[in-house]
Design a protein around this ligand. Sequence first.
Ligand SMILES: Cc1cc2nc3c(=O)[nH]c(=O)nc-3n(C[C@H](O)[C@H](O)[C@H](O)COP(=O)(O)OP(=O)(O)OC[C@H]3O[C@@H](n4cnc5c(N)ncnc54)[C@H](O)[C@@H]3O)c2cc1C
Length: 399
Amino acid sequence: MDFQRDLDLESFREEVRAFLRENLPDDLAGRIRIGTRSPRAELTRWQRILNEKGWGAPYWAKEHGGTGWSVMQRLVFDEECTAVGAPSQDTGAQKLLGPVLNAFGTPEQKAGHLPHIFSGERQWCQGFSEPGSGSDLASLRTRAERDGNHYVVNGQKIWTSYAHRADWIFLLVRTDTEGKKQAGISFLLVDMKTPGITVRPIVSIDGCHHLNETFFDNVRVPVQNLVGAEGEGWKITKFLLNNEHATAADLPMLRRYLTQIRTLATRGSQRGSVLLERHAFALQLARFEAELAAIATLVQRVAAMEEDESPAAHAMGSILKIRGTELLQRMSSFLVDALGDYGAVAYPVPQDGDGAEPLPMQDQARGAANEMFFRRASTIYGGTSEVQRSIIAKTMFQL
Ligand SMILES: Cc1cc2nc3c(=O)[nH]c(=O)nc-3n(C[C@H](O)[C@H](O)[C@H](O)COP(=O)(O)OP(=O)(O)OC[C@H]3O[C@@H](n4cnc5c(N)ncnc54)[C@H](O)[C@@H]3O)c2cc1C
């Protein structure tokens, strides 16, 4: 890995900044604070703007209509978008499903779905986890039984993010109960409007509705919606989960928290003195700066490994996931503490309906408490910290 300043990357960052300055509409900027998905209208509007620039699919190769960016370019793009609070893209569809369809989809599946992901008009959710089958995903029990030209799906998924807004779901199902459990899993694409699907909300500790339980009761899915061969679902899942180790630390969000803490350092005050003049605050800020710099260097290293297709990137991604998410939790808690009385107020999350009277310190405090609560989940989603530690133990120390 080269530790020299990467001038190409710096000029790319300038290009992204200029694009955002010129093209991100004022009414869309800064709306996303918490790590959530934008409302549909905002997401599709932003997707259209990105498409016009040729940046509609930042994670896809050029031959699939994507930008063909390097891992570091994608990270820079995400960092700059997060810094200004640009609307989200449908990242599940872009980062997970898109590459799967490009690699394993039939020509009909590609033609039927990729243009709609690209335009942001068809939104997706991920139906993997089940009650009792999260870390041990291969034990999943949702059944899909063949009946003529259809699969009949029965079972339950849980923690399905944004199922209540999704048009389609990519689903892991059990098509065979014999033999090794991994071998009986298949990957299906299902229209959420199909009769027999029920979505029930789970309101999480941040007071928001991101999550759902999703039930399947005799849901008939055309066999053409099977991706890969029957029983190939585990292979496809490994491919899908093996993407983007360098992003596991959520560096864009860490940088944004740091900016928020720095802003508070000079604007917030306690008993007449600005926060930065208080020793405990300044020391903690310096520690966060140092930890973030260390993570950023590790991200660069893992990105370089990914470019080289090094298998070691996998365990390094686990290290990043643990370090990054633990820091996300500490920084978001610190922000709430530093806001004092204002931090204790769970202001309404910006995207859940604006127009309310401005509250004191709103520009800084708004969403902070929700964010802190939401980040409790960061050491669970995307693979729990315990599971990440097991990956490190096995692959780096052969334990
Ligand atoms: C905010 C959020 C969004 C999510 N979105 C989605 C989504 O869109 N789609 C989807 O399919 N899923 C989603 N998930 C589910 C997520 O993938 C699972 O929560 C995660 O994989 C953990 O599984 P589990 O909740 O069943 O916990 P379990 O696997 O039951 O784990 C419970 C505890 O046991 C520990 N544990 C389990 N196995 C081991 C082991 N082998 N060694 C040591 N410790 C172990 C875990 O670390 C954890 O502390 C989401 C979760 C969250 C929190």
